[in-house]
Write a protein that binds this ligand. Structure first.
Ligand code: FCB
Length: 438
C-alpha cells in the first residue's frame, strides 16, 4: 500500500468495505476476443452493420489475454468476470473443438496463476450460428443444446472457476432483439418473445441443477441481470406510478420470479435510472438531456442514488454481486467521479444491511459495444484503435486506490459532487500509485 499517499489524519474516515470483498472488472468474449466468426453476431455485423461497426479483431484479447491479466494483477484487482464463446467451442452441432477447449483452460488458468477469483459467464448475448439458424432461443430444443455444451465444457474448466453466471441479461436480450430490433435476429413477434423468455428460464434452471450436482461443495451460481432504477416524473401521478410498478416488475423481477430457488446469489448490472412521464396516452421515459443531469457519452443519466435503491430493493438475504456497472466516457475525470460516487452509494447500502460481496466495473478495456461499435469508451484501460495498444487510464488508478484501501479514502470522498477537474488535483496521487504498482 502506498503509505505516502495516505492522508494519515483522515485514514480512519475511509469508507470501508467488508473483508473479502471482490474488486474487479468485467468483459464478454465477443466484445473483446476478436474474430468470433462462427456466431450469429459475426454474420449480423457483415450483413447489417457498416464496416466501422463490425467487431473484427475487437481487442484481440484472444491472443493478448496474458498481457491483460498482468494489467489486472498490477492494478490490484482480486477478481475478474469474463465469458466463454460457445461458438468457438462447438462450431458445429455436437462437434467440440479440442483446441478451443485447451485455449479456455489456458485463459482461466492464467487468471488463477495470478491469484484472481474467477466469475465465468456461460452465455453472454451471442449464439453459435448453427443454433441461431434453428431459431436460437425461440427453439424449444435450445436449452438442451446449451446444457449439452455446458456438460462438455464445465468438467474441463471447472477447477479454474469460482463463481458461475449462467446467463447475462435475459431481459435486455429480448428487448434488443424483439423490441428495439437492433440485435440479431431482430424480429417482431410477441409469441417469439414469450418462447425466448421461457427457454432462457429453462436453460438457467437446467444448468443451475447440473452445476450443483457437479460441485456439491459449492461454487455459487447466479445470473447477471440488468436492474433499472425507475421513478415517476410526477410524484402525484397514479398513471406514472403504475407504469413504474409494471416496468419494475417486468424488467427487474420477472426472470427471478420464474426461476425462484435457483440462485445462490443475485448478479446486478446497474446502468439506468429511468424517469417515467405520463403526459401522452402511453407513459414514456423522459430523456435526461432535458433534465440537465450529468450523463455518459451514451446519454445514460448518471444517478448514483439509483444503485443504492436497487440494492436495497433486492436485499432479500441472498448475497449480491454488482456484476457490471460502468460509464462510457472519453472524459476520464467523469469516470473518476463516477467510481467514487457510485461506490459511495454501494457502501451506504452495505452499511444499511445489504449483503453486497463484490463489484465488477464494466469494463476492463474499451471494447465492441454491440450495435454501437467501438465509439463508446467504457474501459479502465484505453485501447488504441489501430495498434490495439493498452494504456492505463488515470481512473483505473483511482479504482486501484480504492481497492488497496478496501474502501474509499477520505481524500477521494471529497470529490463527490464536485464538477472540478478532479483529475488535475489527483495527478500526484496517480503518479505515486503508478510507481507503486509497477
Ligand atoms: C450490458 C451488457 C454488456 C455491455 C454493457 C455496456 O448491458 O451486458 O455486454 O454491453 O451493457
Amino acid at each position: 500500500m502506498p503509505q505516502s499517499l495516505h492522508d494519515e489524519h483522515h485514514d480512519h474516515q475511509t469508507l470501508k468495505f467488508p473483508d473479502g470483498f471482490l474488486w474487479g472488472s468485467a468483459t464478454s468474449a465477443h466484445q473483446v476476443e476478436g474474430n468470433n466468426k462462427n456466431n450469429d453476431w459475426w454474420e449480423w455485423e457483415q450483413n447489417h452493420q457498416p464496416p466501422h461497426l463490425r467487431s473484427g479483431q475487437a481487442c484481440d484479447q484472444y491472443n493478448r489475454y496474458a498481457e491483460d491479466f498482468d494489467l489486472i494483477k498490477n492494478l490490484n484487482h482480486n477478481a475478474h468476470r469474463l465469458s466463454i464463446e460457445w461458438s468457438r467451442i462447438e462450431p458445429k452441432e455436437g462437434e467440440f473443438d479440442p483446441l478451443e477447449i485447451e485455449h479456455y483452460k489456458k485463459v482461466l488458468k492464467a487468471l488463477k496463476d495470478r491469484g484472481i477469483t474467477v466469475m465465468l459467464t456461460l452465455w453472454h448475448v451471442t449464439l453459435p450460428k448453427w443454433v441461431a439458424d434453428r431459431g436460437g432461443w425461440e427453439n424449444g430444443k435450445t436449452p438442451a443444446y446449451f446444457e449439452r455444451f455446458i456438460r462438455k465444457i464445465v468438467p474441463e474448466i471447472g477447477e479454474y472457476v469460482d463463481l458461475w453466471i449462467t446467463l447475462n441479461e435475459p431481459g435486455v436480450y429480448i428487448y434488443e432483439t424483439y423490441i428495439a430490433r437492433v440485435w440479431p435476429h431482430s424480429k417482431k413477434s410477441w409469441f417469439g418473445q414469450v418462447k425466448t423468455f421461457l427457454n432462457l428460464t429453462s436453460a438457467h434452471k437446467r444448468v443451475y441443477k447440473y452445476l450443483h450436482s457437479l460441485f456439491p461443495a459449492g461454487k455459487p451460481v447466479g445470473i447477471a441481470n440488468n436492474i433499472l432504477s425507475f421513478e415517476s416524473y410526477h410524484k402525484h401521478s397514479i398513471k406514472e406510478q403504475l407504469a413504474v410498478f409494471f416496468s419494475d416488475l417486468f424488467s427487474n423481477h420477472l426472470f427471478y420470479f420464474a426461476t425462484r430457488g435457483t440462485h445462490d446469489f443475485l448478479g446486478i448490472n446497474y446502468y439506468f435510472h429511468i424517469r417515467i412521464k405520463g403526459d401522452g396516452l402511453i407513459p414514456h421515459a423522459q430523456g435526461v438531456i432535458q433534465q440537465l443531469h450529468d450523463a455518459s457519452d451514451l446519454g445514460w443519466e448518471l444517478f448514483p442514488e439509483g444503485i443504492f435503491e436497487v440494492l436495497t430493493d433486492f436485499a432479500d438475504g441472498l448475497p449480491i454481486y454488482i456484476t457490471e456497472c460502468g460509464i462510457a466516457s472519453t472524459n476520464d475525470d467523469r469516470r473518476n467521479r463516477f467510481l467514487i460516487a457510485y461506490l459511495q452509494e454501494v457502501a451506504r447500502a452495505i452499511k444499511s444491511g445489504v449483503n453486497v460481496r463484490g463489484f465488477f466495473y464494466w469494463s476492463l478495456i474499451d471494447n465492441f459495444e454491440w450495435h454501437m461499435g467501438f465509439e463508446f469508451r467504457f474501459g479502465l484501460i484505453e485501447i488504441k484503435s489501430q495498434t490495439l495498444e493498452r494504456r492505463i487510464r488515470p481512473s483505473a488508478l483511482v479504482y486501484t486506490d480504492i481497492i488497496q484501501h478496501n474502501g474509499i479514502p477520505h481524500s477521494l470522498l471529497r470529490f463527490i459532487g464536485h464538477t472540478v477537474q478532479a483529475g488535475e488535483v489527483l495527478e500526484k496521487r496517480y503518479k505515486e500509485i503508478e510507481k507503486e504498482i509497477k
